[in-house]
Design a protein around this ligand. Structure first.
Ligand code: CMP
Length: 480
């Protein structure tokens, strides 16, 4: 409250009191005159006495109200504040005012209306009270929860609280009949009803208390913990809002996966500023690390490779591949070592019955040897696939696209579960460099297969293109 507004309030209070006192004195001074006047004027009910009594009741009640206000300011505004050092809760002030005013009012009423039994009046209104109570269940719940909160006094205005499992955290701004008002650290106001707060767990960080916080950091395992602890403690102990009463504690929290993890426990002067203070400490840590040549940890992994010993099964597998490739007629010119190298360079694939291994029109840079099973070569003949050849174990296919660079000429489909060995461009190129015969025999096979592919009338022979194919293979593989 500003100085001028409280001044205005005092002036208003003095004027109101003066007016009420004046009216009361006038009423008692001119009571007989007023009574005579009213009797002469009024020939119907209400009786003049009743009017005068009602006026007295109103004016005395108004005076009582002003007295209650004055006492409230005196007791809570001055005595409480000066003695305790903080503002009394609104709820406590309101209860005080209401109770005191009720006492005054009952006294005034009994004095004016001696014949009316106020106690009896209150008793007969019990049923009405029950109805009212039910209707105001929530309001009363909040009211009584508010009273019990005030009685317990778990926190006061200015304390930082964190309420309930939703963790409403902020500074308490006020406690009213209905709710507790919290200002969060995002400067939002949160209102929590007294009855709900009474049921929740409340974490209180009182204003006049040394509240502690934890801040975490970590360093490399190569940095000495003793050095890190000393340096950080010195770096933070004089930071703004860090209490000088208790020296901050820096200790190892965990030997983590990728570094030593530390925690700082420090006490704050003003707990409501903990976000800023935590941030300041983190900044101090960074500079201290930089000066001392310490390093923050980062996720690291030590990977150890273990060489798998060649098992007997792998050995016999390799032998089976060597045996299969040796049996392929085009590879006849290759030495044992070359076959073994080729076997290591192959990839094995299994296809189910009906699966397409090669699709006509696709590009391809590898050839295949049938290891187990059977495949069928099919060409598209006006929308229908015409079988061209069935290839068995030891036969090969896919060489045309590999050696000429042209698209696949036909579909190759597995006739049963089939395992094929895939040989790539690089593996073949190495063999071509040392085996000119291999290129030649492949060019013959390709020429032969091309003739099979050609859609021509029965008995009309196609010329042997093997010489041209040989030239194009050599060009494609950059051979001389
Ligand atoms: P490519 O053209 O790469 O893909 C389809 C494969 O089918 C082809 O290589 C040859 O390996 C194979 N192929 C094409 N025509 C025949 C044929 N007449 N006889 C056997 N195989 C063939």
């Amino acid at each position: 409250m500003t100085r001028s507004s409280s001044k205005n309030k005092i002036v208003l209070f003095v004027i109101a009191t003066a007016v009420v006192v004046l009216l009361l004195s006038l009423l008692s001074a001119f009571e007989p005159t007023l009574l005579n006047y009213l009797q002469s004027q009024m020939w119907k009910r209400p009786a003049p006495v009743t009017i005068i009594k009602a006026l007295k009741l109103i004016l005395r009640s108004a005076l009582a109200y002003l007295v209650v206000r004055a006492l409230r300011v005196l007791i809570f505004g001055l005595v409480f504040r000066l003695k305790r050092g903080y503002e009394a809760p609104t709820l406590a002030r309101n209860i005080f005012s209401i109770v005191l005013f009720a006492i005054f009012f009952m006294a005034i009423f009994s004095n004016l209306y001696e014949d009316i039994n106020l106690g009896g009046l209150l008793t007969t209104s019990a049923i009405f009270g029950v109805i009212l109570g039910l209707a105001l269940q929530d309001t009363l719940g909040n009211f009584f929860a508010g009273i019990s909160l005030h009685a317990d006094r778990p926190f006061q205005v200015g304390d930082v609280v964190s309420i309930g499992h939703e963790h409403h955290t902020g500074v308490v701004e006020g406690i009213t009949w209905r709710a507790i008002k919290i200002r969060t650290f995002q400067n939002h106001l949160v209102l929590l009803s007294n009855s709900s707060v009474a049921k929740e767990a409340i974490e209180v960080c009182p204003r006049n208390n040394l509240n502690a916080r934890l801040v975490y950091f970590s360093s490399l395992y190569t940095d000495s913990p003793a050095k890190a602890i000393h340096i950080i403690r010195e770096a933070i102990r004089e930071a703004d809002n860090v209490s000088q009463v208790i020296t901050p504690i820096v200790r190892i929290r965990n030997l983590g996966e990728s570094g030593i993890e530390y925690e700082i426990k420090y006490w704050l002067v003003d707990y409501a500023r903990y976000n800023d203070t935590d941030a300041l400490l983190r900044q101090r840590i960074w500079y201290a690390f930089r000066r001392a040549g310490l390093t923050f940890n980062f996720p690291t992994r030590t990977v150890k490779f273990e060489r798998k010993p060649r098992t007997a099964a792998a050995e016999s597998d390799h032998d089976a591949l060597v045996e299969r490739l040796s049996a392929v007629d085009v590879f006849a010119p290759l030495s044992v070592e070359e076959i073994a190298t080729l076997a290591r360079a192959t990839a094995r694939h299994v296809f189910a019955h009906g699966e397409v291994v090669i699709r006509a029109g696709d590009s391809g840079s590898s050839m295949f040897v049938v290891h187990h099973g059977r495949v069928q070569v099919e060409v598209n003949d006006g929308g229908r696939f015409r079988p061209l050849a069935v290839l068995n174990q030891g036969d090969f296919f896919g060489e045309m696209a590999l050696f000429t660079g042209e698209p696949r000429t036909a579909n190759v489909v597995a006739l049963e579960e089939t395992e094929v060995l895939e040989i790539g461009h690089e593996a073949m190129k190495e063999l071509f460099d040392t085996n000119p015969d291999l290129v030649e025999s492949l060019s013959h096979i390709i020429s032969e297969r091309r003739r099979g592919l050609a859609d021509r009338p029965e008995g009309s022979p196609l010329p042997d293109e093997s010489a041209g194919i040989l030239v194009s293979i050599k060009r494609f593989f950059g051979l001389r």
